[in-house]
Ligand binder design. Structure first.
Ligand code: ZN
Length: 354
């Protein structure tokens, strides 16, 4: 235990890790067999089964696009963070799948300036409409600061998937994207979640009011306790639930498309995308992410991207060594300090320390 009053940043370096993926002994619900392989690896689909699943999901995806093309205002809303993954999905939806796309960005107040420059340039060259929803900074500050200090907002198990800060931000971003889809009658949403972020089985699903009401309440209730009615614009109202025919398909194309980081970087570079210099190794758009990682390490003792990276290793889409290198890279202290300054909370890393 660190001495009282002094918080220690725990890295995964000294921890016991699964010998197949990279999940650490501190991960919720983990158990190791005699060979040091974790229960999550045992549960995962075998390579061959995963490939068959991917193929049938890909066919279903094309079928859905054929069914919806040309029917609504737009064919697809693409959630566009400005990072490499969502930029790649956006471009492929336009160029390869010939969809009429509305690109939608939730501005959480911490999007890298370079990410915005990339989006301006690429939306022009791709010829897509781009809707940017800039959220109120005072509301976001309250939400992010409360997310950073405590783990009472969400069940402990949520820390296995992301930092509380990311969970809060995603709840708002996904909520408002769905609301836009229903209001504008857009039949499909596509997000650039990486294969590790979304299980294969959740790569395509048709949302319905009952399911969404449950999911939205899980996201909205903790936030409503913090900011009251200010959270309303980000979630659905009764009038939306009364239009079940407008609830979109939710698609994470990377769950069934190939995912190779190098070729994604090459592809988006060919569109004029430039990697921001101020984000951490796991994000190519969001500055808040560095702070979220720092806080999550303190709260849980493991890196918030570990589940995602473990999934990529298991599916053979990343080597175990690459994943290890990624989780051992600590956030840039200058970026973390910029974020704490903007959030109005004390800085947590002395400048110059890494
Ligand atoms: Zn494992």
């Amino acid at each position: 235990m660190p001495p009282a009053g002094k918080k220690e940043v725990v890295t995964t370096t000294e921890q016991r890790l699964c010998t197949r993926c990279v999940l650490p002994e501190t991960f919720p619900g983990i158990k190791f067999d005699a060979d040091g392989v974790c229960n999550y690896c045992h549960r995962a689909l075998t390579e061959e089964k995963a490939a068959a699943h991917r193929e049938s999901a890909r066919l279903k995806f094309e079928q859905i696009l054929n069914d919806v093309r040309g029917k609504g205002t737009y064919d697809v809303l693409v959630g566009w963070s400005g990072g490499k993954d969502s930029t790649y999905i956006l471009a492929r939806m336009v160029k390869e799948f010939n969809c009429r796309v509305l690109a939608f960005t939730f501005d959480n107040g911490f999007v890298s300036k370079q990410a915005f420059r990339n989006m301006e340039h690429i939306s022009d060259t791709l010829g897509v409409d781009h809707l940017i929803y800039k959220a109120r900074l005072d509301v976001l500050k309250t939400v992010f600061n409360a997310s950073a200090v405590g783990d009472e907002l969400y069940p402990k198990s949520a820390l296995g998937r992301a930092s509380n800060i990311c969970t809060s931000c995603m709840g708002l971003a996904k909520g408002i994207a769905l609301r836009v889809c229903i209001e504008k009658n857009i039949p499909v949403t596509a997000f650039g979640w990486t294969p590790g972020q979304v299980p294969l089985a959740a790569g395509i699903f048709k949302s319905n009011p009952a399911m969404i009401r449950k999911m939205q309440e899980l996201s909205a209730a903790p936030l409503r306790r913090l900011v009251g009615d200010a959270v309303r614009p980000y979630f659905l109202e009764e009038e939306h639930y009364e239009r079940p025919e407008r609830f979109p398909y939710n698609i994470a194309p990377f769950a069934f498309m190939e995912y190779d980081e190098e070729s994604i970087y090459d592809y988006v570079a060919s569109l004029g995308w430039v990697r921001p210099k101020d984000t951490d190794a796991n994000s190519t758009n969001c500055l808040l992410n560095s702070y979220g990682i720092h806080v999550h390490l303190e709260q849980s003792g493991f890196h918030p991207y570990v589940a995602e990276l473990a999934g990529m290793v298991r599916e053979g889409r990343m080597t175990r060594d690459e994943a290890l290198a990624r989780i051992h890279l600590m956030p840039n202290p200058n970026v973390v300090n910029f974020v704490t300054d903007r959030l109005g909370v004390p800085s947590i890393i002395p400048a110059g320390q890494s």
